[in-house]
Ligand binder design. Structure first.
Ligand code: F6R
Length: 610
């Protein structure tokens, strides 16, 4: 999604803005631009495509500037091109804005601004903000007041930054529904939509909240509400290091993050898994544990991969904690007037903690009196801060657009919550110990699966030209089938569907022929015999089959074309293992097709628009 970076200080801002934009590339974008003051006038350089193209354009000029803003745009209103890229000017070409989010009433505002004589050059919703602010400046207001008045007319979401030639010592930034953070330096200050853009310069940050506006000078910042009340903000020190957001020698972030999983899942359970007690300790849930363990129903709400983790969570909570559980797409949850009771507990799962649909659903749940809990990866993110309590997944920064290690860490956290609730609601010590024991072995088992990388790469080469794929699994592995299919379609653009294996005969079986590969997730668990029958059904129709199977299973080799053997664990933890080969399979197919794995077309890392 769109990214924002801004700088005011003694240094030349141009390289700072360009490097900041490069750090934001992982979010997904299709054009980029920077705007700055130099030699008494305002400059804007924009480019369609990658930040490197913008950088090339800049190479033919020598600019020196001490205040500027930069943006990566993920197109919503208007095609990706230079005109629609940000920053956008006012009509006097002396005020610039960059904007993340969507202005929902932009058509109405545009019409009234046109009636006032303003003309528009882009197709974007964002350009209206520049002219709207300008209309208040023309009435004699200062910049801050003009921005406040403009924002009071705007409906929708924004992370906004504004600079104005006549007040050249400051950036004004504001937030509503789109993340915004200040970076505090020595004689220099920054703004960004994501700390990774400014981490090279400072680890002192201030998180802006919805309805807040800030004037950022080189040596101070002043925060207010949009209604002009001055507010004091806390400065946080973030522990993230630059190394954690680098590729570390791997060809892609996605591969690095797949390989990192033994460590990331270890970090998710560190200090939380109590082997001797067969239990879990989750400090973030301590203050709500009574209410949570007595709730009548759990709802899990999320999007995409996090929603798939939620489906696994549903199976875990019902089978072990015996609490009725439902899983909802966050985007549907909010708009279907859900019936929510005060004794419901709702977990909102989000890697980024910024997904607009999930954040909105959480706010809705809170207004209806439910216990709203977060499971987030990004510390200090909007969903983490909005939740009443919650658990961080501690997977470390995930930069590859296709989520991998965040998913396995979400599963670990869900398993820990299951253990905690189940033990509180009557699970015997021995059973708790058995699950805890299995969980503690997961990191070394993932390491073992990662050793199959070259075998999986070979299988990928056999299937790279397939046009469609089916992924089939049962029980705990049904959500893994959905996740495997999502990984493949996201980065390889091959059409793939995930199904519960038994559903195949109710429709999808019509698709099976020699051109339709099927991936079966078939470890030796209680559904094994049934899944073998489903494999036979596909084989009888000449479908080519890849099976993810238990290492103890030697019979399956005769039934399928390729097997990837994984270690055994208890069924509720199986998804932590079965998903690893599917991540690698998708990765290798996409690489073999020559695609941009880390920044797949049309996708954004954190989806901050609804
Ligand atoms: C898939 C993927 C997306 C995200 C979804 C939710 O690989 O990354 O489907 O899972 O956009 O994002 P978060 O978890 O950040 O709320």
């Amino acid at each position: 999604m769109c990214g924002i970076v801004g700088y005011v200080g003694e240094k030349n801002c141009i390289p700072i803005l360009i490097n900041g934009l490069k750090r934001l590339e992982y979010r997904g974008y299709d054009s980029a631009g920077i705007g700055f003051f130099s030699l008494g006038s305002t400059h804007v350089i924009k480019s369609k495509g990658k930040v490197s193209l913008l950088e090339e354009k800049l190479n033919s000029h020598v600019y020196e500037s001490h205040l500027g803003i930069g943006h990566t745009r993920w197109a919503t209103h208007g095609v990706p091109n230079e005109v629609n890229a940000h920053p956008h000017f006012n009509s006097n070409n002396n005020l610039l804005i960059i904007h993340n989010g969507i202005i929902e009433n932009y058509q109405t505002l545009k019409t009234s601004l046109k009636n006032m004589g303003y003309s528009f050059i882009s197709e974007t919703d964002s350009e209206v903000i520049a002219h709207l602010i300008d209309s208040f400046l023309k009435k004699g207001n200062e910049l801050l007041k003009s921005v406040r008045l403009a924002l009071s007319e705007v409906e929708g979401t924004y992370g906004l930054a504004v600079i104005y030639e006549k007040e050249p010592d400051k950036i004004i930034a504001a937030r509503k529904g789109s993340p915004l953070v200040l970076g505090i330096g020595e004689g220099e200050n920054f703004i960004a939509s994501d700390v990774s853009a400014i981490l090279a310069h400072t680890n002192q940050v201030v998180y802006m909240e919805d309805g807040e506006i800030v004037e950022v000078f080189k040596d101070k910042f002043i925060t207010r509400t949009i209604h002009d009340e001055e507010i004091q903000k806390e400065v946080h020190e973030i522990s993230l290091s630059l190394d954690e957001i680098d590729k570390g020698g791997y060809s892609h972030f996605m591969l690095k993050e797949i390989i990192e999983q033994p460590d990331s899942v270890t970090n998710s359970m560190r200090g939380r898994l109590l082997l001797d007690d067969g239990n879990a300790k989750l400090g973030g849930l301590d203050n709500v544990l009574e209410r949570l363990s007595n709730c009548k129903r759990i709802i899990i709400s999320a999007c995409g991969t996090s929603w798939h983790a939620g489906l696994v969570g549903e199976y875990m909570f019902e089978q072990y904690a015996h609490i009725p559980t439902e899983v909802e797409y966050a985007s549907e949850f909010r708009y279907r007037s859900p019936i929510i009771y005060p004794d419901d507990a709702i977990f909102f799962i989000s890697q980024s903690g910024e997904t607009a649909d999930t954040l909105a659903a959480m706010k809705e749940a809170k207004t209806k009196g439910a216990l709203a809990l977060g499971i987030c990866n990004v510390v200090g993110s909007s969903i983490a801060r909005e939740s009443m309590s919650g658990v961080y997944t501690h997977a470390g920064p995930e930069i590859g657009v296709a989520s991998t290690k965040a998913f396995t860490s979400q599963l670990v956290v869900l398993a820990l919550i299951t253990l905690l609730l189940a033990r509180k609601r009557g699970m015997k010590l021995d059973e708790g110990k058995c699950i805890a024991e299995h969980l503690s072995k997961i990191p070394e088992q993932i390491t073992k699966i990662l050793e199959l990388n070259s075998q999986i790469e070979f299988i990928a080469s056999e299937f790279q030209d397939a046009k469609n794929f089916l992924y089939l699994g049962r029980g705990f592995n049904f959500p893994v089938a959905l996740e495997g299919a999502l990984k493949l379609k996201e980065i390889s653009y091959i059409h793939a569907e995930g199904y519960p294996a038994a559903e195949m005969k109710h429709g999808p079986i019509a698709l099976i022929d020699e051109n339709m590969p099927a991936v079966f997730i078939a470890p030796k668990d209680s559904t094994y015999d049934k899944i073998i029958s489903n494999i036979q059904e596909v084989k009888a129709r000449k479908g080519r089959i890849i099976a993810i199977a238990s290492e103890s299973d030697s019979e399956i080799d005769h039934l399928v074309d390729y097997t990837i053997k994984i270690p055994d664990t208890t069924s509720m933890l199986m998804p932590l293992l079965t998903v690893i080969p599917l991540q690698l399979l998708a990765y290798h197919i996409a690489v073999k097709k020559g695609l941009n794995v880390d920044q797949p077309r049309n996708l954004a890392k954190s989806v901050t628009v609804e």
